[in-house]
Every structure is written in C-alpha cells, then in structure tokens.
Design a protein around this ligand. Structure first.
Ligand SMILES: Cc1ncc(C[n+]2csc(CCOP(=O)(O)OP(=O)(O)O)c2C)c(N)n1
Ligand SMILES: [Mg+2]
Length: 326
C-alpha cells in the first residue's frame, strides 16, 4: 500500500469507527450501513462533490442526500471530518463547526445536532430531512429539476451560474417504496443528467434478507425508466467507484444509477452481512474485534487519527469551485 492509500484507508476507517462508537454510546442506532458505505461516501465527497465546507449554502453546490436516513452517522461523520461550518437559521455563516466531536458523542440525545435521522435546518450541511424510506431519493429528483430550471432561466454563454449535480444514497428499503419508482420514472422522462443515485445493494433490510419481500431486477427497472445503469461489485473498490462516478459525470441526457454491492457491517466478525448489523448495537466485544480487523487501536473511542482532518482539507476542502453571490 502506498502512503496515499494508507491515508485513504485511515480516513475511511475513521468514518466507520466514529459511527460504531456513536451508536454504541447512544445505545441505539444503525451501525452497519455507515461501516459498509464509508468508502462510497468517502470517494464521492473527497473526489467529486463540489461542496465548500466553509460555505455549505452557496447556491451552486452539489447536493448530497442520504435517503437511507437511518445511516445518519455516515453523514455526521463526514460533516465532522470535512469541517463543515454551521449556518444560522437566518443563513448568516457562523464560524462554529456544524458537527463537533462532542455532538457525535451525544448522537441521538435530545438537542444533539446528531439526531437519529438527518434534519434539514437543524444540522448545517444536511440538505433535506430523511428517514421515511424513499423520501430522500424522491426529493433529490426535485432538487435536480430545480437546478435544471435555474440553469435554463439564468445561465448565459460564459456565465454558467447553475451547473450543480445531485447525488442520493439509498438502500433496498428506498427501492421497495413506490415513491422511488414514480420519482425515478419522472427523472428518466426529464433526462436529468445532473442526478445520480447510488443504490446500496446489500440484500439486507431490517428484518433479514431481501428475499423475504423483494425480487425486483433493479437494473432492468431503471433501464426501462431510461436511466444509465452501472455497477460496482465491491463497495471497497475505490477505483471502480471512481470509474462509476466518472461515468455519471460523462453521461448526458439521462440520470445515472450506480448499483454498489456491499456487506452491511463490513468487518464485524459475527455480524457482517446480517440484519443484526442494520439497527442493533454491535456490542463492546464485537467493536473491539472489528477494530482489530481494521488495524485500529481496539480500546480507542471516537478516535480521529492525526492526518485525517488534514486529508479532507486537502481534498474536498481545496477543490476549486465556481461561486457567485446572490
Ligand atoms: C417508509 C418507511 N417504512 C419503514 C421504515 C423503517 N425502516 C427504517 S430502515 C428500514 C430497513 C431499510 O432497509 P435498507 O434500506 O435495505 O437499509 P439497510 O438495512 O441496508 O441499511 C426500515 C423498514 C422507514 N424508515 N420508512
Ligand atoms: Mg439493505
């Protein structure tokens, strides 16, 4: 492994371990999906998302929607590690972090910025409230339409004010909900090439295998809606993830669905791939064993190793973004 690859893994494992520790401390929550989707969100935020942590409300930012709202620690960990700033309700920027380490330590407690599910206008950097499955992906279609409308109305040659993309991360539950079908159908019809959904194809939901209740061929379904469909066979494969996001960026006239195969609770020796990793605590012993597998100090809690925040600052924090004032 090169030094860069080591730092990437360190950053990804920080997202995972913060999520595991927060759920354990809260005595409730959903650790499994943040653990498996950490590389996906890492790759997207660090290498593609045009989003300035210092100014999380500039109008032409890319939107990230966590439609699988139960995996909220994934988003809180990203907001913390990338140093997103808090914004006041009147939309004046203030200097405080949106999510501090203390907020993460008080995950799911009354008044915490890290509520069980992401809340819009409660935690800066959260683009829309999610939790009811299907809702986030549906909202993302509206966001993509809004961006197209603004571009059609205001962009002029050489003055492209609105060029942003919208990404949404969803799971099996979102795909089961009827609202995702309606919204995806409309997105295909409108040829929203500024819209990318990432489907966490882990074949597990709250009650067990998806075999119990769901047998859609999701790829075929989305092809019939007129979407571009691509696959990543392993959620840990950063090269294939990069390729998939690049395919999205290079695709015109249709939205893109990236189907990512993953193992919920990745790394947990007895719970990986099981419904237990969806919404139950891992437990102290399993957490220690998982940390050992990650090469992490097994007794450390809420650890952000040196270099991780700097790594994000040098990636997403430095990306050139074209801004304008309103
Ligand atoms: C409309 C709706 N119905 C039920 C729930 C309760 N619920 C939360 S997560 C979940 C299972 C989701 O499974 P999946 O999307 O596959 O997520 P994963 O377990 O893979 O993280 C359910 C049924 C909900 N949040 N919204
Ligand atoms: Mg699932």
């Amino acid at each position: 492994m090169t030094d860069d690859e080591k730092t990437e893994q360190l950053a990804i494992n920080t997202i995972r371990t913060l999520s595991m520790d927060a759920v354990q401390q809260a005595n409730s929550g959903h650790p499994g999906t943040p653990m498996s989707m950490a590389p996906v969100v890492y790759c997207l935020w660090q290498h593609f998302l045009r989003f300035d942590p210092d100014d999380p409300i500039w109008p032409n930012r890319d939107r990230f929607v966590l439609s699988a709202g139960h995996a909220s620690m994934l988003l809180y960990a990203m907001l913390h590690l990338t140093g997103v700033r808090a914004v006041e309700p009147d939309y004046e920027i203030v200097g405080k972090p949106s999510v501090s380490l203390d907020d993460i330590k008080s995950f799911r407690q009354l008044g915490s910025r890290c509520a069980g599910h992401p809340e819009y206008r409660w935690t800066s950097g959260v683009e829309t409230t999610t939790g009811p499955l299907g809702q986030g992906v549906a909202t993302s279609v509206g966001m993509a339409i809004a961006s197209k409308w603004l571009a059609a109305r205001y962009n002029r040659p050489g003055f492209e004010l609105f060029t942003n993309d919208t990404y949404a991360l969803c799971g099996d539950g979102c795909m089961m909900e009827g609202i995702s079908s309606e919204a995806a159908s409309l997105a295909g019809h409108l040829e929203l090439d500024n819209l990318c959904w990432i489907y966490d194809n882990n074949r597990i939901t709250i009650e067990g295998s998806t075999r119990i209740a769901f047998r859609d061929d999701v790829a075929a379904r989305f092809l019939s809606y007129g979407w571009n469909v691509t696959r990543v066979g392993d959620a840990n494969d950063l090269d294939m993830l990069t390729r998939a996001f690049t395919v999205f960026k290079n695709t015109a006239d249709r939205p893109t669905l990236i189907i990512v195969d993953s193992h919920i609770g990745y790394g947990a020796p007895t719970k990986e791939g099981t419904a237990a990793a969806h919404g139950e605590l891992l437990g102290e012993a399993e957490i220690k064993a998982t940390k050992r597998i990650y090469g992490w100090p097994e007794d450390a809690k809420f650890l952000v190793p040196e270099g991780v925040r700097e790594h994000f600052r040098d990636g997403i924090g430095k990306r050139e973004v074209v801004k304008f004032s309103v």
